[in-house]
Ligand binder design. Structure first.
Ligand code: UD1
Length: 338
């Protein structure tokens, strides 16, 4: 791998990929910088692109919509334009179950009506529509849109996992910070939903299964000339409540997580989980891990790395940015292409 400077996440990724990792090439490029992106395409030919780069905090997207539209939508437009001009027309895109908005029923099948509830969700929806338009105009494009449900867990080595800056927005990163003593208690947002125990129900999916879902999507792109622009849910098809998830984590970590029941979080829906038949039938992919494995690996990561990739408590505040050849590294805006 060509890697200038030190960047712990990338170094750990290389170690996790055994001998194949040595062939990886990494560039840190902001998709909003089209010239820099073009430079990468002049240096390599890409048979396909997997596009994960994007901002994903719902609250922040409400406060800074332009930031989200510029980064997530403009960044993607730049990528599509550059791909198109270099004749690279196969793409897997990270979409989200957020495009189902408040679904009328569950499980959500891929043909449900789409509706975004906030600017972040709209960026995913807009990019989906752009991809559909692009394929209509130029049938040479082969694209797969993967609608992720709720990714959790970590790499089984315990060396790679989620490390949000500031206060985590999502459930499991918050739970793990309570478990390692960085937060005193978990706020449970709402206990009066019409669900099995009153708390919100989601379809949690292990990040390892999400990864194999991408391999299956890439294989599909290369083996199906008429794939067009096709959508697949990546979920387990099982709904788990907040309290069930916390109980599974408590079992994995052998500890109690202090809870406080709060009001509902604005914009949350009661219950969302995936219909998985289409991915099973057409991609030959099915999630293998349940919440027990998700919580086991989440705790393994958290207990070995209580402060994520930082050596001690800094929470991003006051900590020096990682420098790489004079550039400060910002993971959320970066894309890694291999
Ligand atoms: C959220 C985003 C969604 C995004 C996804 C990415 C919102 C409204 N939605 O989904 O657009 O695609 O993350 O992973 O932010 N919960 C608590 N306490 C907490 C945090 C969460 O009780 O501290 C509850 C929530 O109310 C919900 C469940 O846990 O019932 C899951 O929440 P979260 O992890 O934030 O995911 P989503 O809201 O499903």
């Amino acid at each position: 791998m060509i890697l200038e400077g030190s960047f712990p996440l990338l170094q750990r990724c290389v170690l996790a990929t055994s001998k194949n990792g040595r062939n990886l090439v990494f560039y840190q490029v902001d998709l909003c910088n089209k010239d820099a992106l073009e430079q990468v395409f002049t240096s390599h030919h890409f048979d396909a692109v997997v596009h994960f780069a994007g901002l994903k905090a719902v609250g922040e997207s409400v406060a800074k919509p332009l930031h989200y539209y510029i980064n997530n939508v403009n960044g993607t437009l730049n990528l599509l334009e550059v791909m198109s001009s270099y004749g690279s027309k196969k793409l897997v895109f990270s979409s989200s179950a957020t495009v189902y908005g408040q679904p009328k029923s569950v499980p959500c099948t891929e043909d449900f009506p789409l509706q975004a509830m906030n600017p972040y969700g709209r960026t995913k929806l807009f990019v989906e529509e752009i991809m559909r338009d692009l394929h209509r105009a130029d049938p040479e494009w082969r694209t797969i849109l993967l609608r992720y449900f709720n990714p959790v867990g970590a790499h089984p080595s315990g060396r790679i996992g989620e490390d949000p800056r500031g206060i985590p927005n999502n459930l499991m990163p918050f739970v793990q910070q309570v478990a390692v003593g960085r937060r005193s208690e978990l706020s449970v947002f709402g206990s009066d939903y019409n669900t099995k125990d009153g708390t919100g129900v989601r379809d949690y999916i292990h990040v390892q299964d999400l990864a194999t879902g991408h391999s299956a999507a890439l294989f599909k792109l290369f083996t199906t000339p008429n794939i067009g622009c096709t959508v697949y849910n990546l979920g387990t098809g099982k709904g788990t409540s907040v309290l069930e998830m916390v109980a599974a984590f408590e079992k994995a970590a052998q500890m109690k997580i202090p809870l406080r029941i709060m009001d509902r979080r604005p914009g949350d829906c009661s219950e969302v989980y995936a219909a998985t038949e289409k991915a099973e039938k057409e991609l030959g992919w099915k999630a293998q891990n349940g919440i027990e494995e998700m919580c086991r690996d989440q705790w393994n990561w958290a207990s070995k790395n209580p402060f994520g990739y930082r050596p001690s408590h800094a929470d991003g505040k006051g900590s020096k940015p990682v420098r790489n050849g004079g550039l400060s590294l910002r993971v959320s805006n970066a894309t890694a292409v291999a």
